[in-house]
Write a protein that binds this ligand. Structure first.
Ligand SMILES: [Fe+2]
Length: 472
């Protein structure tokens, strides 16, 4: 937690493990309601500084770049630059690099938002405490995709947040042809006769089927998800809405403690959420004290369709994410990257599974493959070699400003792991998205690496952060 944020962070003694098993959470979400509040007027009455267009990239610091290079390539990102200090990777789209790993202590450093107007960078520079001047993106980062940027350390989570404009890179051709699915009826598309399905381009290589299909093409970064202690999680929702104009698409709330009876969730969770209220999202629609547990945010592109979520905040009550002697800290839940279709999600799953099982790579499944309800996307989550979850996703919902927002009681999400289809509740591993300490191999990492991963203090990466920020 940022040192400057004062006494709002729960201490270790305040933290409760709100569910011991995922089943408790899913059992508790059996029987609730959801509301679709349509139209712009249902959205929080925020006058934002800017309106971000998308997310641009995520930055990590990792001790072993060789190990991490293998991860990046196995995941399906394309490396555009590698030297002894850094790895820059991209999807095949034209927006510039979308993933950065610097050599240094293991840590999630932060993320960048993509702005559609240069003017927005100036507004941020003038209005956000500690924000840099607007500058051309320098060095190798400028050589890769050009553009301008500003950066600041956010006041809630102590992350390095950047805003960029005007980055461009030539798109790459896809590795494989577009898949033509046979829908099996006369109304929808049927694949032409005599055309054999070859989803991986390896069907008849050398007259056999022995060539491993390899990773999918990542198209672009899809969304960033933070998991934040109760209380600060509301503050970060407000900060992102007020700073970047994000709009809530789907949020999940818990009723106030008086209605906790009958739930299998620990009533202490309701107490914690009650202390955090009121939610910044509902502006009088719901009763005081009804705190938001999680919210998916989309960008405000007006009536131009955008992804159901570009940013997502989850509340965090997981003791594993607390450095020794401290309360729990905000963590990266996961960074998500879009691929073309279901075949590509499974191709990624099998690439990572194969490398973990046969080559002992430190990759670990977190949750997948399945299709969510909120956002509708097909998902597959994996821990990278330092426990940071990366997601392959495909076929998510798209919406505009006038969609408004949907609000769900936690008891309205269904008992099936909140899937349209996918793993059983026991296999769902939602707790695996709480942060890097959820990876089973976290305990095997050396103490210094463990502390660096879960501590949001930037002291041990200060030089690196200074170099990134002052490279103007
Ligand atoms: Fe996701």
């Amino acid at each position: 937690m940022a040192q400057e944020s004062g006494g709002s962070t729960p201490t270790a003694a305040d933290i409760i493990q709100f569910v011991d098993r995922d089943l408790d959470l899913f059992e508790a979400i059996n029987d609730g309601t959801e509301s679709h509040l349509e139209g712009s007027e249902s959205l929080p009455p925020v006058e934002p500084l800017t309106k971000a267009w998308d997310v641009a990239y995520v930055r990590f610091s990792v001790p072993d770049l060789d190990l991490y290079e293998r991860w990046v390539e196995d995941f399906g990102l394309k490396i555009v630059h590698r030297d002894e200090d850094s790895i820059y990777s991209r999807g095949i789209g034209g927006d510039g690099f979308c993933h950065v790993a610097h050599k240094g202590p293991a840590k999630f450093l932060g993320f960048a938002m993509m702005m559609s107007k240069e003017e927005d960078l100036h507004i941020l520079s003038e209005n956000i405490a500690g924000c840099t001047e607007v500058h051309d993106i320098p060095g190798i980062e400028g050589e890769i995709s050009g553009g301008k940027r500003v950066s600041f350390i956010d006041p809630v989570c102590n992350l390095l947040i950047e805003a960029v404009h005007g980055r461009e890179i030539d798109p790459l051709p896809p590795s494989r042809e577009r898949i033509e699915y046979n829908y099996g009826d006369k109304i929808h598309y049927k694949r032409p006769a005599n055309k054999l399905q070859d989803t991986s381009g390896n069907r008849e290589v050398d007259g056999s089927n022995t060539v491993h299909p390899g990773p999918p093409d990542v198209l672009k970064i899809g969304h960033v998800v933070l998991t934040i202690p109760v209380g600060p999680h509301h503050q970060m929702m407000s900060f992102m809405m007020e700073t970047f104009g994000l709009l809530p698409s789907d949020s999940v709330y818990f009723e106030s403690p008086k209605s906790a009876e009958g739930h299998s969730i620990n009533p202490q969770m309701f107490d914690s959420l009650q202390k955090a209220g009121p939610s910044p999202l509902y502006h009088g629609t719901f009763a005081e004290g009804e705190a938001t547990f999680a919210c998916f945010f989309r960008c405000d592109r007006g009536e131009v369709p955008t992804d159901h979520h570009t940013f997502f905040i989850l509340s965090l009550m997981d003791q594993r994410q607390a450095p020794e002697g401290q309360g729990i800290n905000p963590q990266l839940s996961h960074a998500s990257f879009e691929v073309s279709n279901l075949d590509d999600v499974w191709r990624g799953h099998m690439q990572l599974k194969t490398k973990a099982e046969y080559l002992d790579e430190r990759y670990e499944i977190a949750w997948g493959v399945g299709r969510h309800v909120l956002g509708s996307h097909i998902y597959d989550y994996w821990h990278d070699p330092y426990g940071h979850v990366h997601e392959h996703m495909s076929d998510g919902d798209r919406m505009t400003r006038s969609f408004g927002q949907r609000i769900h009681k936690i008891s309205g999400m269904g008992p099936n792991g909140h899937n349209q289809w996918g793993p059983t509740v026991a296999d769902s591993g939602i707790r695996n998205l709480d942060g890097p300490a959820a990876a089973s191999f976290y305990e095997d990492l050396d103490k210094e690496t463990q502390q660096s991963l879960v501590n949001r203090d930037l002291a041990n990466v200060q030089d690196l952060v200074r170099r990134i920020r002052n490279s103007s």
